[in-house]
Ligand binder design. Structure first.
Ligand code: NAD
Length: 498
């Protein structure tokens, strides 16, 4: 059995803990590896390596840093297929989708390559007689990243290239369910010339996470995962005096107006609901059909859902793979059943899907549930599986009110041909990322990504300009260079400009 080990101080490390967790192949249902679950002592070793590396990396020139970042960009680009195959084997998503996530991670690396421009400070000449004022930004120290299973390449890349470009060092605690991508990423950083100890990986579960949250030498924590854990990370991390950004779960609605092209909207809805088996924080899980759009929409979406080719992620013809674990599958099947019990209509029921040759795999077929109301479990829970609920609303105002009454506020979309309705929607919803005829509005790397309400704890969105601000802090210098003979004597009033 292959064992996935930590990466500390520029090389693989087994650490002190002998606890392990299975890594499944979701397409076959078989265990393919085990991953070490690091102890507090292992976390301490990694943080110490990162703290030692910070002494020199934080002093490296912008030119030295960009040289490493450009080399890392080239290596990730060249090894995209290999990274995507590792992601597919452990997560289950189809390889083309996994390539897409590596591509979106690559875009953040490319943004970080512009760090000399991004870290520029400000300068004001002669703010008072003979006095100049300027600001510049410095790194924080050791930063930690704690990441979810659903994007094992991209989500960590939302963090470590940005932190490292700013002059910090990094300890990543990836999801224990698909840990191997991080090992290759660590090797690529080393090959790119990153000094030992700047990027470290400690695998693990709550024990390792708590050790990071409590470690006095960790300055900042970036977390992406489910809402209860995000809230916990934010509370414990900030109580320990750390800077914390914690992105949580989601329940993303797409509203479809009667003036939308139903063919266009249904194509995009099925892709956004069933791509990656619905295991995306930006997946559309609730379609809100407004007015007369509902029946035609449900018919179109149902037909397309039945046509999705479900199979192992490595098979080129597959459009949707399995879900991550047997437990996730059971949970999703239970929620679909609860929808039927609570009065919804199963327009397409994916519970009985079996993939020939992969009968033990963790597959769930695309499922469309109609006539869903806001009190049902399928509406209230983040299902995180290939399930699209259809809720009916009378007006745009009702649809916006529904979205705003939901505790989550990650992403949302509107399908319409009316600019007026789109503008009303984009101004009215309490959600961080909005698509207009775009179902999965993940911002480009030069903007920032983040939700509102229970989808984000802490005020900082991730990557882009807010990422630079998160991973650095400002110094403002007020300076005067008088001739010694100009000394005028001490003044005891509060400094004011003259
Ligand atoms: P998760 O919250 O179970 O795990 C995330 C990380 O937290 C993992 O590294 C895990 O090891 C760790 N963790 C789990 N339980 C813990 C505990 N009790 N104490 C300390 N650490 C713990 O999330 P997941 O199932 O891996 O990922 C899916 C979730 O992530 C979904 O809710 C999804 O919406 C969310 N997500 C959000 C975004 C976003 O940008 N907002 C992006 C991707 C995923």
């Amino acid at each position: 059995m292959r064992t996935v080990t930590h990466w500390i101080g520029g090389k693989p490390a087994t650490g002190t803990s002998t606890r392990t967790s299975p890594v499944w192949n979701p397409a076959t249902g078989q265990q393919q590896a085990e991953v070490l679950l690091g102890s507090a002592a292992d976390v301490d070793t990694a943080v110490q390596a990162a703290a030692a590396a910070f002494e020199t990396w934080s002093q490296s020139s912008l030119s030295q840093r960009t040289k490493v970042l450009f080399a890392f960009r080239e290596l990730v680009n060249a090894r995209t297929q290999e990274l995507a195959e590792i992601v597919s084997d452990e997560h289950g998503k189809v390889v083309s989708d996994a390539r897409g996530e590596v591509q979106r991670g690559l875009e953040v690396i490319e943004f970080a390559c512009g760090i000399p421009q991004l870290l520029k400070g400000e300068y004001s000449d002669q703010v008072s007689s003979g006095v100049d004022l300027f600001s510049f930004r410095e790194p924080l120290g050791v930063c930690a990243g704690i990441t979810p299973f659903n994007f094992p390449a991209m989500v960590p890349m939302w963090m470590h290239p940005m932190a490292i470009a700013c002059g910090n060092t990094f300890v990543l605690k990836p999801s224990e369910r698909d840990p191997s991508t991080s090992t290759l990423v660590a090797e690529l950083w080393a090959e790119a010339g990153l000094p030992d100890g700047v990027f470290n990986v400690v695998h693990g579960d709550k024990e390792a996470v708590d050790a990071l949250l409590d470690h006095p030498d960790v300055a900042a924590v970036s977390f992406v995962g489910s809402t209860p854990i995000a809230k916990y990370i934010h509370q414990r991390g900030t109580a320990n005096g750390k800077r914390v950004q914690a992105l949580g779960g989601a329940k993303n609605h797409a509203i479809v107006l009667p003036d939308a092209g139903i063919d266009y909207a249904s194509d995009h809805l099925v892709a956004a609901a069933f791509g990656s088996a619905g295991e995306r924080c930006m997946a559309i899980s609730a379609a809100v059909a407004v007015g007369g759009a509902a029946d035609e929409l449900v018919a179109a979406v149902s037909e397309k859902a039945r046509g999705v080719k479900v199979g192992p992620g490595r098979a080129p013809e597959s459009e949707m793979g399995p879900v991550i674990t047997a437990a996730a599958r059971e949970r999703i099947l239970g929620l679909i059943g609860s929808g039927a019990e609570q009065g919804a209509t199963l327009a397409v029921d994916g519970r009985d899907l079996s993939v020939p040759g992969h009968e033990e795999g963790f597959f769930v077929g695309p499922t469309v549930i109609d006539d869903v109301s806001r009190d049902m479990d399928v509406y209230r829970e983040e299902i995180f599986g290939p399930v699209l609920s259809v809720v009916r609303a009378s007006t745009v105002e009702d649809a916006i009110a529904l979205i705003n009454s939901n505790p989550y506020g990650n992403g949302t979309a509107i399908f319409t041909s009316s600019g007026e309705a789109a503008r009303q929607f984009q101004r009215g919803v309490k959600v961080g990322m909005i698509g207009v005829n775009v179902p999965i509005p993940v911002p480009m790397a030069y903007y920032s990504f983040g939700g509102w309400k229970d989808s984000l704890f802490g005020q900082s969105h991730i990557y882009g300009p807010e990422g630079i601000a998160f991973y650095s802090r400002a110094k403002v210098v007020t300076s005067r260079w008088p001739h010694v003979e100009q000394a005028t004597g001490a003044s005891y009033h509060f400094p004011t400009a003259t």
